[in-house]
Design a protein around this ligand. Structure first.
Ligand code: GDD
Ligand code: MN
Length: 417
């Protein structure tokens, strides 16, 4: 179904007043040239730099809407807010600082229109794409490494780009988005399962006005974000690796306790005691880290289940270690090495038992919020408490201004086609 608006362009802003006029003019002239009807949604985090006045005067000439979030900061969540309000069939996200050329927006839409792609990136790292010459070696390297780290999640060459487009019907998991930091595009690709990606080369220009907000803190958040996305995409592999890491820490504890206890209580008892200590240690870590998102029965019951599940593994471990020490000359001279070997064999047995019995997965929660698709979201935008949106202020102040567009309640019902 064709609606009046072909494309909603969502732009997050924080202190970008000097860029807004040029952005708006260049964007709408490129859309006009391509014969596209668009709207620009600026999501500002209460910059208090005159953004509101500038948007008001731009809205007299262009379909520009400003949403001011109060008491909230963050590029990614601002983008999500803008996407919730968007009315176009296609959605584009870009920066305000003109790093992303507004002239490329129609090119970003073409692969969606021809159904060649579900997600299109304005990319710096495909043939024809380029970076501002002013980027130093460190910044280039940093950007490349960040891209490589995301390779397991997507085939995109420039997955961290903040310039991308997608069809609204593919934004199936808007309520399930949970980004931290900057990489909202990567978040959408992974959580909405969009793998048909086309990258359109762009030249990334450095901003000439205003300041970048990317700080070192964002780099740390990126790693955290990646960890979350890998866990989302490959839950079992990540869980098994964590289980293994916990197991290795338990192994170290096991060998240390054995080394301390063996001279006093003898090999057989020392092995049993060390295995039990490591088992308890592993239980605590697995409960709080590896399986923290899964069903948790009562602690004592679960601990006993864990010990029960590990019992076979523990017996395997005990028998191998004690057997090696008592039966071979080599290990009788190196008992701690033997103590370390037993648990390795027990590990696989234990993981299977934990996964199937002790820490069973929760049934997937029903999410009625996402069921009606976009229509429900449009009619009931989730406005966080304390967010006295300036969209309301502006439409209140200038209700006669057609350029400010209808408020969401006037939106005709739309079904995700
Ligand atoms: N609403 C809101 N809130 N907007 C923000 C915030 C915030 O807290 N922080 C930044 N922005 C807006 C900026 O105003 C700008 O429009 C856009 O987000 C990008 O911010 P910049 O500060 O210009 O970021 P950058 O140039 O370092 O990063 C860009 O390039 C990266 C790749 O090198 C962004 O496009 C990133 O997404 C991209 O990964
Ligand atoms: Mn920038």
């Amino acid at each position: 179904m064709k609606t009046a608006i072909d494309v909603s362009v969502v732009v997050p802003t924080y202190r970008e007043r000097d860029n807004l006029a040029e952005l708006t003019e260049r964007l709408f002239s490129s859309l006009k040239e391509a014969g596209l009807q668009g709207e620009l949604i600026i999501v500002d985090d209460d910059s208090q730099d005159g953004t509101i006045d500038i948007c008001r005067s731009l809205a007299e000439h262009f379909p520009v809407r400003l949403i001011t979030r109060i008491g909230e900061r963050g590029l990614a969540t601002a983008v999500i807010r803008g996407l919730q309000e968007a009315q176009g069939e296609c959605l584009v996200v870009m920066d305000a600082d003109l790093s992303h050329p507004p002239e490329a927006v129609p090119e970003l839409l073409r692969p969606l229109q021809t159904q060649q792609a579900d997600f299109v990136i304005g990319s710096r790292y495909v043939p024809g794409g380029s970076l501002d010459e002013s980027w130093g070696l460190f910044r280039r390297l940093n950007s490349r490494v960040a891209g490589w780290l995301a390779r397991g999640l997507t085939t995109a060459r420039d997955p961290m780009a903040g310039f991308f487009s997608l069809h609204r019907r593919h934004l199936t998991n808007l309520n399930g988005l949970n980004p931290c930091g900057y990489k909202i595009g990567l978040e959408i690709m992974v959580r909405c399962g969009l793998s048909r990606i086309v990258e359109v080369p762009i030249h990334f220009t450095d901003r000439t006005r205003g300041e970048s907000k990317l700080s070192l803190k964002e780099q740390g958040l990126y790693l955290k974000h990646l960890a979350r996305l890998y866990a989302f995409r490959f839950p079992e592999a990540v869980r098994f690796s964590t289980f293994t890491a916990v197991g290795i820490s338990g192994l170290v504890l096991d060998m240390l306790s054995f080394a301390l206890l063996a001279p006093g209580v003898g090999i057989r008892i020392a092995r049993a005691a060390a295995i039990w200590m490591a088992m308890t240690w592993n239980y605590e870590l697995n409960r709080s880290i590896t399986f923290r998102q899964t069903e948790t029965s009562g602690r004592l019951v679960q601990y006993l289940k864990f010990c029960g599940a590990c019992l076979f593994g523990a017996m395997v471990s005990w028998s191998i270690s004690v057997g090696l020490i008592e039966q071979t000359t080599f290990f009788s001279r190196h008992p701690i090495t033997a103590a370390g070997l037993g648990p390795v064999f027990a590990a696989v047995v234990n993981y299977a038992a934990c996964r199937m019995w002790v820490f069973r997965s929760r049934p997937a929660p029903a999410s009625p919020a996402t069921a009606p698709g976009f229509a429900g979201l449009l009619r009931k935008p989730s406005v966080p408490a304390g967010d006295t949106s300036a969209m309301l202020n502006m439409s209140g102040e200038s209700q006669n201004s057609a350029a400010l567009l209808a408020t969401t309640s006037d939106t005709p019902e739309r079904t995700a086609a």
